[in-house]
Design a protein around this ligand. Structure first.
Ligand code: ZN
Length: 241
């Protein structure tokens, strides 16, 4: 049975027409699209700055656990994906290509940009650790898949070119740069994320708690662990005084 109103608290919009059986029964079009883009109906995409300390902690964890069996299986599998991703033609037009093909090109771009297999594993683990550590996060596999794919896709998406352009006024040239980032669709992100999940998910249970602990030791607690700001009432400190 379809419900009339979106299930997200505070959202009073009508539910979307039944275009997608999984989502649209309970949510409005806005929140359905939010999920397609971010991997969650309500949780926004993490910023690079939020992820950074977790990725650093994952790197340190990786350096200290080179002989971990799941870890080496993970980066070897990612290496295999990178090697098998084919060539990158900078002039290629991805429009009209399948999501599988676009995901493959995304991995080929990472390889051409010199992104190493272990870095990809560290980013995936960093994303998983942040989601685990953020008390307010949406702890679903779907959110992890999309967030990990986004963080990795950011590393090498788009074509960057530089020209020297003639300036008729001065007779000289000036440098002109173009950075084109094709926006990654929800389907492509999920394809990328599933490849990461296939390679690395066996690592989660053992690595994530250790990475979170390492992050807290190096950079402190996540803001969601802090007590809410006092509202002028009696606090433990004022009682002690
Ligand atoms: Zn809604």
């Amino acid at each position: 049975m379809q419900h009339d109103r979106c299930f997200i608290p505070g959202c009073k919009r009508l539910t979307a027409p039944l275009m997608d059986k999984d989502f649209a029964l309970f949510h409005c079009r806005y929140h359905v699209q939010h999920k397609a883009r971010h991997g969650s109906h309500w949780q926004k995409t993490y910023k690079a700055a939020d992820l950074k300390p977790y990725i650093k902690a994952a790197e340190k964890w990786g350096d200290a656990n080179l002989r971990d069996r799941h870890y080496s299986v993970a980066w070897r599998q990612i290496d295999h994906v990178l090697a098998g991703a084919g060539l990158v033609d900078p002039a290629m037009n991805l429009r009209g290509q399948s999501a599988d093909y676009k995901a493959k090109v995304a991995f080929a771009r990472l390889r051409e940009a010199g992104v190493l297999h272990r870095r990809i594993v560290h980013i995936y683990l960093g994303v998983a650790a942040l989601i685990e550590d953020d008390f307010g996060s949406h702890r679903t596999q779907e959110f992890r898949i999309v967030q990990a794919a986004k963080a990795i896709h950011r590393l090498a998406s788009g074509t960057h070119r530089k020209w020297d352009v003639w300036n008729p006024r001065t007779g000289g040239t000036f440098p002109y740069e173009l950075h084109a980032y094709p926006s990654s669709s929800g389907h492509v992100l999920r394809k990328i994320g599933r490849v990461l999940e296939d390679a690395c998910s066996d690592l989660l249970r053992s690595a994530v708690p250790e990475i979170v602990a390492l992050k807290v030791k190096l950079y402190g607690e996540h803001p969601s662990h802090m007590p809410p700001p006092e509202r002028g009432g009696i606090t433990p400190d004022s009682v002690r005084l």
